[in-house]
Design a protein around this ligand. Structure first.
Ligand SMILES: [Zn+2]
Length: 168
């Protein structure tokens, strides 16, 4: 509970600045209830541009979850302490096999336990600057993404994607 940060690591070949596309990227998470420890049965999608009402006029949040077991209501909000529009995973970080934070979320009453990168990401050629705007990643596709940079005549890829959730 509290603020959690989502950090990623991947092996980038001839590309840099990997990031999810759009402020309305649908972030797929696994959640766990902070009260009874029940896991949400499904992956849930959280979109920073969406708001849902918290019951009892307690305002709005990007995501609201009522635990089916203990019936408590929890909420999650993207936190502005990390500017997602500037957060990218770079070739340098990849070379050093470092994790880098790409989002911070404030979780009230629950925790995020896993992240699935499922969706469209973008990156660009490290030397060529060629833009790749349709980088599909997913836990279901552990082989990652591969393409070819026509400008630099080099293969490009995003492999070995990993993520971790930690206190921010
Ligand atoms: Zn619960």
């Amino acid at each position: 509970m509290g603020k959690l940060k989502v950090s990623i690591k991947a092996t980038l070949e001839n590309v840099t600045d990997l990031r999810p596309v759009g402020d309305d990227f649908n972030w797929m998470f696994k959640l766990q209830c902070g009260s009874c420890r029940e896991e949400h049965p499904n992956w849930v999608g959280i979109d920073a541009t969406e708001t849902r009402e918290i019951s009892g006029s307690r305002g709005e949040a990007n995501f609201v979850w009522r635990c089916t077991l203990c019936k408590r209501e929890h909420s999650i909000n993207f936190d502005s302490s990390l500017d997602r529009s500037k957060a990218v995973y770079t070739a340098e970080q990849s070379e050093e096999q470092k994790f880098a934070a790409i989002a911070v979320l404030e979780c009230r009453g629950c925790e995020i336990t896993a992240f699935d990168p499922k969706g469209i990401w973008s990156c660009k050629g490290t030397e060529s600057g060629t833009k790749f705007e349709e980088v599909e990643l997913s836990l279901e596709e552990p082989d990652g993404w591969t393409d070819y940079d026509e400008k630099s005549n080099e293969p490009v890829s995003v492999m070995e994607f990993e993520s971790k959730i930690e206190r921010a």
